[in-house]
Design a protein around this ligand. Structure first.
Ligand SMILES: C[S@@+](CC[C@H](N)C(=O)[O-])C[C@H]1O[C@@H](n2cnc3c(N)ncnc32)[C@H](O)[C@@H]1O
Length: 281
């Protein structure tokens, strides 16, 4: 089915689309539940695996496009030899930010060290499969379940290891997840504090939906950071609209038909990107 496709399109069809089409056939009831508009794109770590597959199928391309645009809007400098970029992607889903990085800097990927943190087991599995199928030459790639694992000495990926690099921490469509509770935000502040303590500065890139009805944890994170002595210098705060690409069958359609590599423009999506440079105060 993936014949003729290359790069991300091929990896996506192999890892995600074929599995989703199979699920539509084998358990249409469960697939309908996964597609339910009542979920509003929310994924709790305890949700069924099919929810994670469905969300990756429906939203990953759209979210990767938004992240690419956010990298541009925020003016994130490209990685290069002698100045590698460590990307810590929190709530990584199926490694969506890795897709955006690969599309943005295809020639510089050996200078990108990508660390994904994702609590949902199926998302982690899909992310690892996608990165594997992409076979892009990232300098490093590691997947974690929790943020505290990043700083564990046993993982030998202590913040010291990040010293010669720039660190970019991304939250791509994560800040409005209902399962992100107060304690989670404090943990993130702790991680960022740990990184800042070992480095002069850390960049933060946050992409959200522009929808005032959704709770957004960004302000809580910035408050927690100040409390632990981390200052945030605002880089950008920009609304942007873009044409997300959805599967042709439509996000919530009951129809099941092959859609390999064929995506349609949906209505314009409204996103917001914010960037900050963090430093010890
Ligand atoms: C809308 S998806 C976005 C995934 C990916 N970043 C993207 O842009 O496609 C939200 C992700 O946040 C993750 N998530 C939910 N609660 C979380 C938490 N408490 N800590 C970290 N990630 C969480 C979910 O498992 C899900 O993968």
């Amino acid at each position: 089915m993936a014949g003729g496709l290359t790069g991300y399109d091929r990896a996506f069809v192999q890892v995600v689309e074929e599995a989703w089409q199979e699920a539509l056939k084998s358990d249409p009831g469960a697939a309908d539940e996964a597609k339910s508009s009542e979920r509003h794109g929310q994924l709790d770590p305890s949700d069924p695996d099919l929810f994670a597959l469905c969300d990756t199928y429906n939203y990953q391309r759209h979210h990767a496009d938004a992240c690419r645009q956010a990298l541009r809007e925020a003016g994130i400098e490209s990685p290069r030899t002698g100045r590698p970029l460590v990307v810590i992607d929190i709530g990584a889903g199926a490694c969506t930010v890795a897709v955006a990085l690969g599309k943005t800097w295809p020639q510089e990927l050996s200078n990108v060290h990508y660390y994904a943190v994702e609590p949902h087991p199926k998302m982690r599995a899909l992310g690892m499969q996608i990165v594997d199928a992409l076979n892009w030459p990232f300098g490093h790639f590691h997947m974690f379940e929790r943020t505290d694992q990043l700083l564990e000495p046993a993982n030998s990926r202590k913040p010291e290891r990040f010293e010669s690099a720039r660190v970019l921490v991304t939250f791509n469509y994560v800040m409005q997840q209902g399962s992100v509770r107060r304690g989670t935000v404090s943990e993130w502040a702790g991680l960022l504090h740990g990184l800042v303590a070992h480095k002069a500065s850390v960049e933060l890139l946050i992409v959200t939906v522009r929808n005032p009805c959704l709770d957004d944890r960004t302000d809580a994170l910035l408050r927690d950071l100040r409390e632990v002595g981390v200052g945030d210098q605002r880089g950008c705060d920009r609304p942007f609209d873009f044409s997300p690409r959805y599967p042709r069958e439509g996000r919530l359609s009951r129809e099941s038909r092959p859609v390999s590599g064929v995506w349609s423009d949906g209505p314009k999506a409204k996103a917001r990107c914010r960037s900050y440079v963090l430093s010890a105060v």
